[in-house]
Design a binder for this molecule. Structure first.
Ligand SMILES: C[S@@+](CC[C@H](N)C(=O)[O-])C[C@H]1O[C@@H](n2cnc3c(N)ncnc32)[C@H](O)[C@@H]1O
Length: 243
């Protein structure tokens, strides 16, 4: 019998086991592009911050070799169990915490970090992107998705974020005390201590600083909210390590 996922009060969003947000059941265009790259790759790909494996399992179904990594072992146990049913590709799991988790240089053809690097401080985002650059093979692609200041649960920070951005502050969406800001505590109980909400400009700047060539970056809306989405709840970026 498959392990049951936790109950959710947000359709399409499954709460994580460790208070680090929700896994979204629908793949956005950046995660979809990762899955396509994974299916086309000859080597292994990395899905880091994979939660219950929405992207890893989609890639495995298409025959990819996937390393699924997360800080929460319970998430990886679920992915392992589900992979038995999927079968086609090959799965390895690694319990690891960014920015300290380590992989050998040039291990992966592609990396997805979907809605995970906003749990890191600015310096740790920088360290993480440098590590990811090292872990990718030349020509390999990085797919990033993050939450932005425009998410309904914490969009009260938007005026402060926009003012800090106008002043050129490097991390204008940083929320030092998440519990004090989040409008609906039911969103996460308990939540993370802080959240470093990001935007496409920051993703472009930091990917370029880490040595990547950025191919695409944009805001996009939260599909779960349909017409209620403002179109800027998430940001994504695709970047390539020069070949
Ligand atoms: C919001 S969920 C995103 C899940 C999925 N990738 C998605 O886009 O729907 C964040 C996931 O990242 C993991 N995570 C958070 N901080 C992490 C860190 N520093 N290192 C590794 N994993 C982390 C959490 O355990 C959780 O599974």
């Amino acid at each position: 019998m498959p392990t049951a996922l936790p109950q959710t009060h947000l359709p399409g969003a499954i709460p994580t086991l460790n208070g680090r947000g929700f896994m979204l059941e629908a793949l956005d265009s950046y995660a979809t592009a990762f899955v396509a790259a994974a299916a086309a790759a000859t080597g292994e790909v990395l899905d880091i911050g994979c939660a219950y494996g929405v992207a890893s399992l989609a890639a495995l179904k298409l025959g990819a070799r996937v390393c699924a990594c997360d800080m929460e072992p319970g998430h990886l146990a679920y992915v392992t169990e589900q992979a038995q049913a999927v079968r086609r590709g090959a799965l390895r799991t690694v319990v690891g915490v960014l920015p300290d988790v380590n992989f050998a240089p040039q291990s992966f053809d592609a990396i997805l970090a979907s809605r995970v690097i906003h749990f890191l401080t600015g310096p740790d985002v920088r360290a993480t992107l440098k590590h990811m650059h090292a872990w990718l093979k030349p020509g390999g692609q990085l797919f990033l998705v993050v939450d932005t200041p425009y998410m309904p649960g914490w969009n009260s920070i938007v005026p402060a974020y926009e003012a800090a951005k106008a002043k050129g502050e490097p991390w204008p969406g940083f929320i030092p005390d998440f519990a004090a800001v989040v409008s609906n505590r039911a969103l996460q109980q308990p939540g993370p201590e802080f959240l470093n909400t990001l935007d496409p400009d920051i993703l472009v700047r930091e990917c370029a600083a880490a040595g990547f060539v950025v191919e695409r970056a944009s805001f996009f809306g939260l599909q779960r909210l349909g017409n209620a989405a403002n179109g800027r709840e998430h940001a994504g970026c695709t970047a390539r390590k020069p070949g």
